[in-house]
Design a protein around this ligand. Structure first.
Ligand code: ME8
Length: 653
């Protein structure tokens, strides 16, 4: 195999409780990086797993009336189910209770003991069980754990100690000589300061509980859970059991971890490896924390967000996209339902969804779904083509630097440019003139090329959607490993030749209605005619509206009208400005249907209009009348009421 190897890991999570959106955040980042590296042609080993030993787990199991293994089996199954639902593409899931891992931990503990770097002594100090961390008196903050702020417990036991102090200078030198070793740079500086204060030898065994890996030469002791947990990275990459695999993937390229455990990974772990004579990982990347509505998640605050429920409500790709797009990797980020819905609506339903829908709709309407003969591109196409060609290399650089949200922004700039290109090239006008058929097909071909590039580049972030886009484009749905290589070839691969058939346009991300309680800026229902962002036909409440008489109905002046021109209202997601012919007069109507109909879809349609609706100013445009449309309860589908066989101006009764 001559592909370059790439090894990325997540932390192995404690199965003390079900995972929340913060854990899903870390694993989603690692998954996006792993998928990107596969696209870039690397041979990826992506590892995640569970950290199952220690006092915290033993206590939790007891509280639940279960043995530790019964307890962790249940919770680990929920981890695996979550990763499957979230579309996580790990190559291995390591459980620290597996025999392969026990063997490695015992082997290395023995080796380090034999060489004199582990020794026995009395320990007296403090222990934070939630963090599974030893602290010295002077390190406590007002008597509590300096990391999580919770109370610590006094520990007095005979223990084995790991001679960390011996390796302090070597580690410092390594960090100083390898600026990429700890990232981002703020974490690196913190670690340098921490080490310079002096490293104490680390207590690496416990005797007051037994849920752990026994010390091989002294069975009263179990191995300290962090010594056990960190070792997972070499167990899974074959240190003891598969030397060929180990030679291939080790050292790891990135241990991705939350900022609170950078210290364990960039101090304890490298020193264990130095003691073993094993190369150090290339990088420890400390990502920021996800807070919820500005607040740290905690059970006591009742603000813990369950990723499974979110996935069930919005779909995995939407959640993945939000986490990857919204947050700068090294910094803390905020999760809010409101921001999630806004992001789905603006980027996925609107920008990406519309580009795909408009393009495929035009392919259907003008070409019956098959690309026709094209001609040479014009100057009008050059900007789009250049931008598309330049995207893949820029994206690759950003992804290599772990600037994930910047890479996503870059793709969306191309999507925005392509949407604008449709407005500039006006395919609906080209379609009216048979002499312009080749030009129309060139425009469509360019749009298909852009969408194909986008489908590859978004695959690390929204893998299911990428496949759906590709099948609608009439391409192989899977994005193949190494697919990035040819992306700068705009058009040269000839995947969209005359005769190429595209599929039926199907919405990839239905818009989500922002409920009034989530979007207080919205107006009350009795002002709906003034409220352009709402669809015209409200879903009928279960009890139904009040009865009306025929005279009430007669008050409505419903008429057929032909749409003569249509355009998007600038800086809005939902609005179209329509010019309609009512037979006797021309009107302008602003309608909130842009996520269902593109301007070119609208021109030529005969719709039903409430003609005697009081005019209203919508985004500065006087709108006179309203179109009738039907939609399902959650507004995933909306269809205009039309009268295709009638001329404009007919009365609807
Ligand atoms: O620390 N925001 O496991 P753990 C972002 N078993 N990320 C978060 C988060 C939040 N609010 N909350 C948790 C352990 N995480 C050890 C690791 S590795 C050898 C052993 C993520 O279950 C973040 O990546 O407490 C953090 O480092 C990890 O979950 C901690 O998971």
């Amino acid at each position: 195999m001559n592909k370059q190897p790439f090894f990325i890991s997540t932390p192995i999570y404690y199965p003390s409780d079900r995972l929340h959106i913060g854990h899903a955040y870390c694993t989603t980042i690692a998954d996006a990086v792993a998928r990107f590296q596969r696209l870039a042609g690397r041979d990826v080993f992506f590892l995640t797993g569970s950290d199952e030993h220690g006092q915290k787990i033993q206590r939790k199991a007891a509280e639940n009336g279960l043995s530790p293994i019964q307890y962790v089996d249940k919770i680990v199954a929920s981890f695996q189910m979550l990763w499957e639902k979230l579309g996580v593409s790990h190559d291995d899931f390591i459980r620290t209770t597996e025999a392969r891992h026990h063997e490695v931990v015992q082997t290395i503990f023995q080796k380090i003991f034999d060489q004199g770097d582990i020794y026995k002594a009395a320990y007296e100090g403090w222990y934070c069980t939630p963090c599974e961390t030893f602290w010295l008196e002077r390190q406590l903050t007002e008597g509590n754990c300096p990391d999580c702020g919770r109370p610590v417990e006094r520990v007095q036991e005979e223990s084995y100690f790991f001679r960390m102090s011996k390796y302090q200078e070597r580690l410092l030198k390594h960090i100083e000589e390898h600026p990429e070793f700890i990232q981002p740079v703020s974490r690196r500086n913190e670690m340098i300061n921490f080490i310079k204060q002096g490293l104490e030898d680390l207590c690496v065994s416990r005797t007051t509980f037994d849920w752990g890996i026994p010390v091989p030469f002294d069975r009263k002791h179990v191995v300290y859970v962090w010594f056990d947990a960190l070792t997972n990275y070499i167990t899974a990459s074959g240190y003891l059991h598969d030397p060929e695999k180990f030679a291939r993937y080790w050292p790891a390229d990135i241990h991705l971890v939350g900022k609170e455990i950078v210290r364990f990974h960039s101090i304890i772990w490298p020193i264990i490896l130095m003691a073993l004579g094993v190369e150090l990982p290339k990088q420890i990347y400390g990502h920021g924390w996800l807070v919820v509505e500005g607040d740290k998640m905690s059970k006591s605050k009742g603000n813990v967000v369950d990723p499974v429920l979110l996935i069930e409500e919005f779909g995995a790709d939407a959640i993945r996209f939000f986490l990857l797009r919204e947050i700068n990797l090294g910094q803390d980020g905020n999760f809010s339902r409101d921001a999630l819905i806004k992001r789905i609506n603006s980027d996925l339903a609107n920008d990406l969804g519309n580009l795909l829908h408009r393009t495929l709709n035009m392919m259907q309407r003008y070409n019956g779904g098959a690309l026709g003969a094209t001609e040479a591109p014009t100057e009008m196409d050059a900007g789009l083509i250049e931008m598309a060609k330049a995207l893949a290399p820029r994206y690759r650089e950003q992804m290599d630097r772990m600037e994930i949200n910047a890479a996503i922004k870059e793709i969306w700039q191309l999507i925005g440019r392509a949407n604008k290109y449709i407005d500039e090239t006006e395919p609906w006008i080209l379609a009216k003139d048979p002499a312009k058929a080749a030009r129309l097909n060139t425009v469509l071909q360019n749009l298909l090329e852009v969408l194909a590039i986008v489908s590859v580049l978004v695959a690390p972030f929204i893998p299911t959607t990428a496949g759906r886009i590709r099948s609608q484009l009439g391409l192989e749905s899977a994005v193949v490993p190494g697919a990035m290589e040819r992306l700068g070839n705009f058009g040269a691969d000839g995947q969209f030749q005359p005769g190429h058939r595209t599929g039926k346009p199907e919405p990839i991300f239905p818009r989500i209605e922002e409920k009034p309680e989530e979007a207080p800026a919205e107006k009350p229902a009795n002002q709906q005619e003034q409220q352009p962002e709402k669809h015209q036909v409200a879903a009928v409440a279960p009890e139904g509206p009040a009865e009306i008489t025929i005279d009430d109905f007669a008050k409505l002046d419903l008429r057929t009208a032909k749409v003569t021109a249509a355009e998007k209202v600038e800086k809005t997601d939902k609005l179209l400005k329509l010019s309609v012919d009512l037979g006797s007069e021309q009107r302008t109507i602003v309608s909130g249907i842009s996520q269902y109909y593109s301007p070119e879809d609208m021109v030529g349609r005969t719709v039903i209009v409430i003609a005697n609706l009081k005019p209203a100013k919508i985004r500065g445009i006087e709108s006179h009348g309203m179109l009738l449309a039907a939609s399902d309860a959650d507004r995933t589908m909306l269809s205009l009421v039309t009268a295709p066989d009638l001329p404009a101006g007919c009365k609807v009764k």
